[in-house]
Design a protein around this ligand. Structure first.
Ligand code: SF4
Length: 281
């Protein structure tokens, strides 16, 4: 197996491993939006740039495979500068309506801005406005202004469900996700595109599958809603449990939905009063 040194730590990983996964094995996080281990490589977001010894410019980690003796640095000033520039580029037309955004608190734009962005915005022109709350199918709604065109949802429909309803249309800063004529996003796994969208541009039309994970504990479990037995995560509000146990007056408990982590569609779970959590279908 090839040996690679990442931020000074030498590890061995199987041949063919890309640098995001190799860095993960070394305990190093390389930020990314478009890369997903279950999908093909698009190299679209350009956020996963790393410095590789003897290579003159930073390279994208998602599309670079390890080679024996490779020396990789993920935190050089040049890499940090590149990431900051890419964050500025991703957010240039973003509405920045975080205080009223239902994804706030679990948005990878916010997380990466705080970790890798922190630039002073230079955009003085009017932002490009795109359609909001566009129904794509019976379950899924698109907020085109929030979308960063990572193409995960497009690749999911092309490669996982094989239905290919979605595409990126128009050019430049007018590009947006859309449906091919005569189609709707109504395949059996359409709800899963909500889970893989890194910035919450895709949401459930009823906001039923929206995951609220602030201050919640997560337990991996199996859904008992049908015989398929999908992997799910159950989110429990520990603070609420303590309130109940102390017999203090607490606000009504908050229902949450687990992320589906296997092929099945997401299921609905509720935080039951008294602290236990039940999956209800
Ligand atoms: Fe990516 Fe979400 Fe935009 Fe689809 S809607 S391209 S998953 S950001």
């Amino acid at each position: 197996m090839p040996k690679v040194t990442i931020n000074g730590k030498e590890i061995e990983v199987p041949a063919g491993t890309n640098l995001i996964e190799a860095a993960r094995a070394a305990g190093v996080e390389v930020p990314h939006y478009c890369y997903h281990p279950g999908l093909s490589i698009a190299g679209q977001c350009r956020l996963c740039m790393v410095d590789i010894d003897k290579v003159p410019r930073p390279q994208i980690a998602c599309n670079t495979q390890v080679a024996d003796g490779m020396v990789v640095e993920t935190e050089t000033p040049r890499v940090k500068d590149t990431r900051r520039s890419m964050m500025e580029f991703h957010l240039i037309n973003h509405p920045l309506d975080c205080p009223v955004c239902d994804q706030a608190g679990e948005c990878w734009l916010q997380i990466y801005y705080m970790k890798h962005g922190l630039y002073d915005p230079r955009m003085t022109d009017e932002k490009v406005h795109k359609p909001k709350a566009v129904p794509l199918g019976p379950h899924v709604m698109l907020d085109a202004e929030r979308c960063i065109l990572c193409s995960r949802c497009v690749r999911f429909c092309d490669e996982i469900t094989g239905t290919g309803e979605l595409g990126i249309f128009q050019r430049g800063d007018h590009s947006e996700i859309g449906l091919f004529p005569g189609t709707a996003l109504e395949n059996l796994y359409s709800g899963n595109v909500i889970d893989i969208c890194p910035v919450g541009a895709l949401t459930d039309r009823d906001f039923r599958f929206q995951v609220r994970v602030w201050y919640l504990d997560t337990t991996r479990s199996l859904c008992n809603g049908c015989a398929r037995g999908c992997n799910v995560e159950i989110h429990t509000n520990r603070e609420r449990m303590h309130h109940n146990q102390g017999k203090r007056v607490a606000r009504s408990s908050r229902a949450t939905t687990p992320r589906s982590t296997s092929g099945g569609s997401a299921t609905w779970a509720a935080t039951a009063s008294g602290g236990s959590t039940t999956t209800v279908g």
